[in-house]
Design a protein around this ligand. Structure first.
Ligand code: FO1
Length: 310
């Protein structure tokens, strides 16, 4: 059994590779819900959906989110009514949110609703939200506090970042199955997701950090930073804002104490010694997932690193 801590797009690419290397039934994905948002009265869980669509073979892999071949007639009509359309809600994607919201209103927890959606799509891996409680990521900027999707999508992650807040995390408990997945897995992978806004919210929930620390030698983080830049998105900007150097060493420092192993890019081998001083064992492989074959190679390398006893 392998547990994977996962955000959205980067994690989904990695999971695509992983599905070719291990049986889906042996995977438990623990997804970030800090990016969740309520729009038009529906509960949207972008990271859970990105992972679910990937597992179901529905993901629009070009965009990295949403359903392949989706249409946007509903959104266009919302725009026709003069309402904001900055969040691209596809018609088929909207069906997922409608069904989820309906299940939640009928008393399902987010864990139960996610399991129901996955079952109906024939997903064989287990997908768990990090928590059933509301935890939302907020970005503090000089002109005010933005919910994550406002910062990321509406403002195209342009505003200066002063601080990142995981609102609600102090009261949140891990979702059922999360701690067990971490303690019972042969290995735990931290996907190459944004450490601050994809993995940080998961780690902010009481008990998860401790469960990982106990299995530290079996926890492998895959760096989302190559050289001194994020593979994609605002990870670099957010790490800098939170006081972390933008480099594989910065990633190692962010995960120090809960991660015993880190996989960094071949070209970053020069950071090995400095990272070892933080207490992590260092492995190298090509990290760029330029196509499906590269994602499979990376997944294979990650599994080999988990099994390495040397
Ligand atoms: N990302 C965008 O850049 N623009 C969008 O309009 C957008 C819409 C969207 C709708 C549903 C969904 O599941 C994801 C969506 N995303 C969009 C991606 C999402 O904002 C990010 O992938 C995550 O929140 C960051 O991990």
């Amino acid at each position: 059994m392998i547990a994977v801590l996962a955000g959205g797009t980067g994690a989904a690419k990695f999971v695509r590779g992983l599905l070719e290397v291990v049986l889906p039934e042996t995977l438990t994905l623990i997804g970030n819900t800090g990016d969740d948002v309520e729009l038009w009265g529906v509960h949207i869980s972008p990271d859970l959906d990105t992972l679910m669509y990937q597992l179901a073979g529905w993901l629009d892999e070009e965009r990295g989110w949403g359903v392949r071949g989706d249409t946007f007639a509903c959104l266009a009509t919302i725009g026709r009514y003069g309402e904001p359309t900055w969040f691209q809600l596809g018609d088929r994607d909207l069906a997922t949110h409608l069904v989820r919201t309906n299940l939640l209103r009928r008393g399902y927890s987010l864990t139960e609703a996610t399991a129901a959606l996955c079952a109906r799509l024939g997903v064989r891996a287990r997908l768990l939200p990090m928590t059933d409680d509301p935890v939302r990521t907020y970005i503090h900027t000089p002109s005010g506090v933005l919910a994550f999707q406002e910062f990321f999508v509406r403002e195209r992650w342009m505003p200066e970042v002063m601080a990142v807040e995981y609102r609600g995390s102090e009261r949140a408990r891990p979702a059922p199955g999360v701690l067990e997945a971490i303690s019972e897995a042969q290995g735990i992978l931290i996907a190459p997701s944004n450490p601050i806004t994809s993995i940080g919210p998961i780690l902010s929930i009481s008990g998860i950090r401790e469960a990982l620390a106990e299995r530290r030698d079996r926890v492998l983080a895959i760096s989302p930073i190559l050289g001194t830049e994020a593979v994609s998105g605002p990870a670099g900007k957010l790490m800098r804002a939170c006081g972390y150097e933008v480099s594989p060493l910065g990633v190692a420092r962010f995960y120090a104490g809960i991660v015993g192993r880190i996989l960094i890019d071949d070209q970053d081998a020069g950071w090995r010694e400095a990272i070892e001083q933080v207490g992590l064992r260092v492995f190298t492989a090509p990290l760029r997932m330029t196509d499906r074959a590269a994602a499979i190679r990376l997944a294979r390398a990650a599994i080999a690193c988990l099994h390495s006893e040397a």
